[in-house]
Design a protein around this ligand. Structure first.
Ligand code: 13P
Ligand code: SF4
Length: 304
């Protein structure tokens, strides 16, 4: 922490000077999560909080689609992205043309797109979802068939939770969560009797089936805080365990460490530079932003 302290102090001072707030995803490094964030949360919580920001500047500590979502929901604000290269394998796996292909293949079926998509893809979709509300959103759609893009594993996990719908999916995956295998989870259980295993629904279904609980990053945090297991393995990006373990000294966190290379692009140095220079503002074409906002807002309305 000593080497980070000058950055943390400088950023917290600049936030006041620039009338800025930092929205940080649960996968940010502990120095961002604990040192400079004003709001932390999962994708759904960050989207909702973006609508409530009164400060003039939002610094999005997360990946690019999250900054776009904040800009779409609160267009009068300056939304700064400390590194424009902080993408997402899911967001990169589909374009608006892919949505059109799915609509042509399944005529009349509603398109539910994960928030891990570009503004263009959101604009071409009927509604968005996050890992916190995907089953609820799919269940609320009209008709028998629902198209889910772009995460095939989230879609297959939702299909199990919502058997009354025929869920069809795009072939995208998260490069962090697809690395976990069901055998990894069984091995950790064998080595640590009594271990609780919590998975993110971006993991393949056979991995989720081995877990005691699956949920969004904030759902995972709430589960651990409520159940207080002696030993737990979080089958998700490993900054998550680092961020919540400080306040849970009686819980031992075990497991492999898979880091998201996109999330890790956001560093204190880059946050400091973006606030100092006021560079890296995210813009969304209003013709795209309006239909994208409708898809995100519809999701927020349905999940409240
Ligand atoms: P949630 O925080 O919404 O669960 O999403 C995880 C994720 O991978 C975001 O990129
Ligand atoms: Fe995308 Fe996966 Fe990284 Fe989340 S963890 S930003 S879904 S690549």
């Amino acid at each position: 922490w000593a080497i980070h302290a000058p950055y943390v102090r400088a950023i917290n001072q600049l936030k006041k000077d620039r009338n800025a707030v930092v929205l940080a995803h649960n996968y940010m490094t502990p120095q961002i999560y604990h040192g400079i964030a004003d709001v932390v949360g999962d994708s759904l919580q960050l989207a909702i909080r973006a609508t409530e920001v009164e400060a003039q500047v939002i610094v999005q500590c997360g990946v690019h689609f999250m900054a776009e979502t904040s800009k779409i929901l609160n267009p009068a604000k300056t939304v700064l992205m400390p590194d424009m290269q902080a993408g997402c394998s899911l967001a990169e796996s589909i374009t608006a043309d892919g949505i059109a292909q799915m609509r042509a293949r399944y005529p009349g079926a509603p398109v539910v797109s994960y928030v891990n998509t570009t503004a263009e893809v959101k604009a071409a979709s009927d509604i968005c979802c996050t890992s916190a509300n995907a089953a609820q959103i799919v269940a609320a759609m009209e008709g028998d068939t629902v198209i889910m893009t772009p995460d095939k594993w989230l879609a297959q996990n939702v299909a199990r939770q919502v058997p009354q719908k025929r869920v069809v999916w795009w072939d995208g995956a998260c490069i962090v969560h697809e690395q976990f295998t069901a055998q990894d989870l069984r091995d950790f259980r064998d080595w640590n009797p009594g271990l609780k295993i919590i998975a993110h629904p971006e993991c393949p279904p056979e991995v989720v089936a081995e877990a005691d609980f699956a949920g969004s990053t904030s759902g995972i945090q709430s589960w651990v805080e409520r159940e207080m297991p002696r030993q737990v393995m979080l089958v998700t990006e490993c900054s998550m365990a680092s961020n919540i373990s400080d306040s849970l000294p009686d819980v031992e966190f075990l497991g492999p460490c898979n880091m998201c290379p996109y999330m890790q692009k956001i560093t204190l140095e880059k946050v400091l530079w973006s606030l100092h220079s006021m560079t890296g503002a995210v813009e969304v074409d209003p013709a795209v932003a309006e239909p994208a906002r409708r898809a995100v807002q519809r999701m927020i309305d349905l999940s409240q």
